[in-house]
Design a protein around this ligand. Sequence first.
Ligand code: PGA
Length: 246
Amino acid sequence: MRRKLVVGNWKMHGNRAANAELLAALLAARPYMADVAVCVPALFLHETAATLAGSDLRWGAQDVSEHEQGAYTGEISAAMLAECGCRYAIVGHSERRAYHGESDALVARKAQAALARGVTPIVCVGETLAERDGGQTEAVVKRQLSAVIHQLTHCAAEMVVAYEPVWAIGTGRTATPEQAQQVHAVLRAQLQAATGRGATMTILYGGSVKADNAATLFAQPDIDGGLIGGASLKAADFIAICRAAT
Ligand code: PGA
């Protein structure tokens, strides 16, 4: 049985006071039946680490540099994330692909840089509405995942995958459990063919997951939890979603 994982993606939200309140609420609501993590803005990683250290809650970053170190102004390396105790780094989020021009190849190199430092990449894949309407969903997500599989080679089974249809992110329009499951099954088959360990790998769903739709999404056979944006900023909502993952 795969254990469920729920990851909050705070995006560019938060401040020290609000974060402290949110993290205190998440700690107080333990235990959870699932693994729970928060991916916070990089500036808040130290404080998050200090607050969550010693608990079973995990933390991570929302991006990572493809480079080890050097003259890359503004970038943050996987080694730095590892030193902050990061368990995860989201890579290839659709907002980074769209607003920062991240290609499949760059996303793959970032995933490799993270893994090389023991930080688990949460690799996001997902189609736009035009791609879905054009019947290209499978081809798009398989192409995005394939780039990472080829880069990671024998380590590919170490990544976490997140299926996030772009049209469902922050829109209030969730994929139906059946739509999500269908893509998850495709991704798992691809992972199985490439690594032989697809059955043990974690595939999250993301895109307008809320307290009231989480349980039906998480009940799908190939959905192992969620990557939660907006609803991860409100303690009551995020806690309810974590509790829906059993
Ligand atoms: P959302 O974001 O839950 O606000 O739709 C999900 C994500 O972008 O990871």
